[in-house]
Design a protein around this ligand. Sequence first.
Ligand code: AR6
Length: 170
Amino acid sequence: MTTRITIKRGDITKEKVDAIVNAANRSLLGGGGVDGAIHDAAGPELLKECRELGGCETGEARITRGYRLPAGFVIHTVGPVYGHARGREKALLSNCYLNSLKLAKARNLKTIAFPCISTGVYGYPQEEAARVAVGTIRDFIMENPDDFEEIIIVTFRDSDYAIYKGLIKD
Ligand code: AR6
């Protein structure tokens, strides 16, 4: 059975999956947007574990427990700030999705939910970012068809939901 890709609308902190992905910053010490929502819902133990990680470079990923979240784990990845990565934005954003999937696979996790990384505070154009996300996820599934049961994209904005639905229907 090959991996299912699902597009949802809503709050990623409510997802009952093996891991949710956080769009963090390089400090991994919390912030606004989805990062703030995840830390609020997970509770202070999450920040404590994040402090021990010592940060994360752009495009890389780190894993922690989920604490009070319904998700078992949080995979923290750092997207590029659009316009500040000297043309490497696309490659770095793709690495966020790929490295998160690799980390989850290494832990034998079967369900994972992503937010629209870099498209909020970090300013990545929504449609361009969605193409990178879907392309990277599809390439991963082609090479690893049975590793995940479900890969979910949780969109917060209606505009993102429409973009992803348009990309995924074919
Ligand atoms: N569930 C799902 N998606 C959400 C939620 C939520 N609860 N809340 C916001 N989004 P952003 P970035 C969407 O700004 O651009 C933080 O301060 C939001 O609508 O959270 O990667 C970090 O600490 C948008 O579509 O992340 C970094 O400093 C998407 O999540 C910086 O922001 C990403 O928006 C990272 O910026």
